[in-house]
Design a protein around this ligand. Structure first.
Ligand SMILES: [Fe+2]
Ligand SMILES: [Fe+2]
Length: 274
């Protein structure tokens, strides 16, 4: 099966790019399953139900979140009626919504998606390693799931790489999100798990993390907030990771970074159109 994971959608620019191009990419690349992190989709902060629905309509199977999950307060309510919206699994007990789910892909496979948040330079949550381990032990590859994708929303590349090796051979794919800067270390780990430290953002890269440059620059220079952070509105780059998965094992056979549009140099997984 073929899977695409897209990084943090930021604001109107990121939404327009993903919603505008995902239908075409789904058919041209014969994608079976698409996961989109959209924690910054609503003006840079959180997600609304209308935006969530637009992403599903465009071809996302599952939308994941992160530390901005509940910036839009309506998410505390609508996440309960939207099983395809996941927030980090290691939030405290009682947090609305869920952190994992088993979803049917276009080719009929059952895909377990887990969203977890790292602890290094992040909010203090439960251990993401134990949380992920419990999920994949309960519903492992070929023991309930045909494929397993983990979105580890974390600041530190070390923590994300450690997670990759922690589940190597037990999950199809680990993608890092949150830093909004794509890394160039995508690979299939020795045990067969596709991995990237961070898939980057879907947003305008002529910015600081997707935000108009002036205010972040001001805060670094003066330490005094002057205005709200606003999403940059230039053309977005769609950024993510493509993975081919062996249906027999649920492990990755090949992977490639994806960057389309905007100011970043484009990369495209040519092996999908062979
Ligand atoms: Fe983000
Ligand atoms: Fe984040």
């Amino acid at each position: 099966m073929r899977l695409l994971a897209l990084g943090d959608v930021v604001g109107r620019s990121g939404r327009a790019a993903v919603i505008g191009r995902l239908p075409e990419l789904r058919s041209r690349w014969k994608l079976d399953f698409v996961v989109v992190n959209a924690e910054n989709a609503a003006g840079g902060f959180g997600i609304t139900e209308a935006i969530f629905t637009d992403l599903l309509d465009a071809g996302a199977d599952v939308v994941t979140l992160g530390n901005h999950a509940f910036d839009q307060k309506e998410a505390l309510v609508f996440i309960e009626r939207q099983p395809r919206l996941l927030r980090p699994i290691n939030y405290p007990p009682g947090t609305p919504g869920r952190g994992s789910g088993l979803f049917k892909s276009a080719n009929g496979a059952d895909v377990l998606v887990i969203n977890a948040m790292g602890l290094v330079f992040m909010p203090e949550l439960a251990d993401p390693f134990r949380a992920v381990d419990a999920e994949i032990e309960a519903c492992g590859l070929k023991r309930g799931a045909d494929a397993i994708l983990i979105d580890l929303h974390a600041e530190a590349t070390s923590e994300k790489q450690a997670m990759g090796y922690f589940v190597d051979g037990r999950a199809s794919c680990v993608v890092g999100t949150h830093t909004h800067a794509p890394t160039a270390d995508e690979r299939v780990l020795p045990g067969g798990t596709a991995f990237i430290s961070d898939i980057g953002m879907c947003g305008d890269y002529d910015s600081v993390l997707g935000m108009v440059k002036d205010e972040p620059l001001n805060r670094f220079l003066t330490k005094i907030p002057r205005s709200r952070m606003e999403p940059a509105m230039g053309p977005a780059t769609i950024s993510g990771l493509a993975v081919d998965i062996d249906d027999a094992t649920g492990l990755a056979t090949r992977t490639a970074g994806v960057r389309l549009g905007g100011v970043l140099a484009p990369t495209e997984p040519h092996f999908w159109v062979e």
